[in-house]
Design a protein around this ligand. Structure first.
Ligand code: ADP
Ligand code: MG
Length: 252
């Protein structure tokens, strides 16, 4: 037992002759934001899909909270506390911000706990929904339909919907994708806040976000982790600079 929230052991995934995940091992421990970086085609999405249960690995094992979930379905992993946000939006566009969050809260309450009194149940549902919204970037946008939100606001809402399920671990696949500078900054602030309570595996191209959020960075190239360490260690690693980060001035 290592106490890791997520443990990946020697994972392998082949597509024909291509080895997209090449004996990958990594961990996410309580309190950590483990960032996974690497160039296009490195195998980041393939790895995330195996962690979610959407893709079956050829070799190796995945543990959530110490439990072997290598063969578990997507819903079983969600029930064990795996949360994720999607690159493709997964919101009900005609419903309001508040209703989208309430739906996610209700889905969790229905599964995990029972209050038989309907009035008390509704009160608990809205109290929790409003608690999730309070102090966030969407606090003043609670009654706006999703269709009326900016791209950045939709991404913020996806994060809140994922949090409504009280995950033990969040998988984030490029949360900064398509965001402008101000929206990216807002997302970094939100993720920092979330990270205080929820450990994360963060796949992200935006190095400013990675350096701002990560407690550990692993670098994936051609399906293999070529380096793993603190922000300082990765910034200083010559192999990483050459393979991925490029010219020195890009690091500043
Ligand atoms: P990244 O997310 O880091 O850009 P991917 O995981 O999408 O990388 O892809 C890793 C490699 O696996 C690429 O060479 C890609 O073409 C290949 N690949 C991904 N999915 C499939 C698939 N379903 N069938 C065949 N090859 C795939
Ligand atoms: Mg990808």
């Amino acid at each position: 037992m290592t106490g890791a929230v997520l443990e990946v052991k020697c994972l392998v995934k082949r597509f024909g002759g291509l080895i997209a995940t090449d004996h990958v091992s990594l961990e996410v421990r309580p309190g950590e934001v483990h960032a996974l970086i690497g160039p296009n085609g490195a195998g980041k999405s393939t790895l995330i899909n195996q962690l979610c249960g959407e893709l079956v690995p050829d070799e190796g094992a995945v543990f959530l909270g110490g439990q072997d979930v290598t063969a578990a379905s997507v819903p079983d992993r969600v029930a064990l506390g795996l949360g994720r946000t999607f690159q493709i939006t997964n919101l009900l566009t005609e419903m309001s911000v508040r209703d989208n969050i309430a739906m996610a809260v209700q889905a969790r309450m229905g599964r995990n706990f029972r209050i038989w009194d309907a009035v008390a149940r509704r009160r608990a549902l809205w109290a929790e929904t409003d608690g999730l919204l309070a102090g966030t970037a969407l606090d003043t946008r609670a009654h706006v339909p999703v269709a009326g939100l900016s791209h950045g606001e939709k991404k913020q809402l996806e994060l809140l919907v994922a949090l409504a399920r009280k995950p033990q671990l969040l998988l984030l696949d490029e949360p900064m994708a398509g965001l402008g500078a101000a929206e990216s900054h807002e997302m970094i602030v939100s993720l920092r806040q979330v990270a205080q309570a929820t450990p994360m595996l963060l796949v992200e191209h935006d190095m400013e976000a990675v350096f701002a959020l990560a407690t550990r960075i692993s670098v994936l190239v051609y399906g293999r982790i070529i380096a793993s360490g603190s922000v300082e260690e990765i910034r200083a690693n010559p192999e990483v600079r050459e393979a991925y980060l490029g010219a020195e001035d890009e690091l500043c």
